[in-house]
Design a protein around this ligand. Structure first.
Ligand code: NAP
Length: 357
């Protein structure tokens, strides 16, 4: 970089999460100075395992800020004066949002509003990305959703995201700010949190294959989702922020699979021969190599209001941003299984070392 080139500054909330980690790595590669927002009650820098896994923890700046406090948010935006804000922080589990609806709403809708207000009053040049979600579509009127499909949210998480999404649009329309919503369909990776069903399946079957025999309980197996790779979606977020003008974009693969398919793909990647038996809450998967039940259904894991299927039309992102997904679901599952197998083996080796002492 020559001395005349100005270093661009990015502020990333939710940097300790899956998407925050991939996005921060991408922004560093692009030459950005990246500041990550940690939350006072969240994980500490010491336990920011995703940033460490990508080898970038030491290359970022950090600030601890309560995003529910508007004065703190204004100070944050003033002091960093970022060219781009990627607002990813939120209670991100749909399931957990039913138990903590007020937290879900505050973390998404209120924090987004504080950030937008801070930009409007103190930093109008700052571009703003909001992490919207396909869950906003809830029970959509069409099988393939696009940016014009109406929202029918089916969880506190989705209601909160709709509020934050509309607020982001409003600041674009009313104040002419560069504000975009990325309507992202489910995206996974080896950095996915353990509370999400995909990681739970991969972790459960990797442990099973390593000899830890305990059946894994799942919720509804027929739910269909459009699953992509988080690294691809971080690239899409970045592209939205480089566009000539702001807009809202769907990032999706355009293909759906059921939770049952996800289990099958994981078992296949691990070489576990599976057979499904029974129906409804009695359905279970048998490991044919041992005859043991390795997957059962637990109705306690059903959501109070379900979203049966979501599938996104990514045409706008393809045509306007040149974005497309590069990893299909079988390859994504294999990637997750490889990393999880390493983790399981490392944990077993540590246990053996302790026992040998
Ligand atoms: P994630 O791995 O769960 O990370 C969530 C981030 O938000 C973490 O940095 C976490 O901080 C922070 N956070 C958690 N609860 C919070 C709360 N109550 N208040 C403020 N911050 C909180 O999620 P992700 O997969 O990276 O997703 C990033 C964003 O994209 C989220 O807003 C999510 O809703 C949205 N999104 C994700 C997907 C997906 O499939 N991954 C799809 C659509 C939209 P700590 O580490 O300190 O807990």
């Amino acid at each position: 970089m020559t001395s005349s080139e100005v270093v661009r500054r990015a502020l990333v909330t939710g940097i300790t999460g899956q998407d925050g980690a991939y996005l921060a790595a991408l922004l560093l590669d692009q030459g950005y100075q990246v500041t990550g927002v940690l939350r006072p009650s969240g994980v500490s820098l010491d336990s920011a395992w995703r940033l460490k896994a990508l080898g970038i923890a030491d290359r970022l700046n950090y600030v601890t800020v309560d995003l529910s406090n508007p004065a703190e948010v204004v100070r944050l935006v003033r002091s960093v004066s970022p060219d781009e804000i990627y607002h990813l922080a939120a209670l991100s589990s749909v399931h957990a949002s039913f138990d903590a609806p007020a937290e879900a709403f505050a973390s998404a809708a209120t924090a987004t509003t504080h950030l937008l207000e801070a930009i409007r009053h103190c930093s109008r040049h700052t571009r703003f990305y909001h992490a919207s979600s396909s869950e906003m579509f809830g029970a959509p009127p069409q099988a393939l959703q696009d940016e014009r499909t109406p929202f029918h949210p089916r969880s506190p998480y989705a209601v909160a995201k709709v509020a934050a999404h509309q607020m982001t649009r409003l600041y674009r329309i009313a104040y002419g700010l560069f504000c975009v919503n990325g309507i992202l369909y489910n995206h996974e990776s080896p950095l996915r949190g353990e509370e999400f069903v995909t990681r739970k399946i991969v972790q459960g079957l990797c442990r099973w294959q390593a000899g830890e025999r305990g059946a894994m309980a799942l919720g509804r197996l027929d739910m269909r989702r459009d699953w992509g790779f988080a690294g691809d979606y971080a690239r899409g977020m970045y592209l939205m922020m480089q566009a000539a003008s702001p807009d809202d974009y769907i990032l999706a693969t355009g293909r759906t699979h059921s939770v049952r398919d996800f289990v099958d793909l994981t078992a296949r990647a691990l070489g576990i021969p599976l057979r499904w038996e029974g129906e409804g809450v009695e359905e279970r998967a048998i490991d044919l190599s041992t005859g043991s039940i390795c997957v059962t259904i637990d109705p306690a894991l059903f959501r109070p209001a379900d979203v049966a299927a979501l599938c996104g039309d990514n045409s706008l992102a393809r045509e306007t941003l040149g974005w497309s997904p590069t990893v299909d679901l079988p390859a994504l599952v294999e990637m997750m299984v490889r990393e999880e197998t390493n983790r399981v083996q490392a944990a077993m080796a540590t246990r053996l070392r302790h026992m040998a002492r």
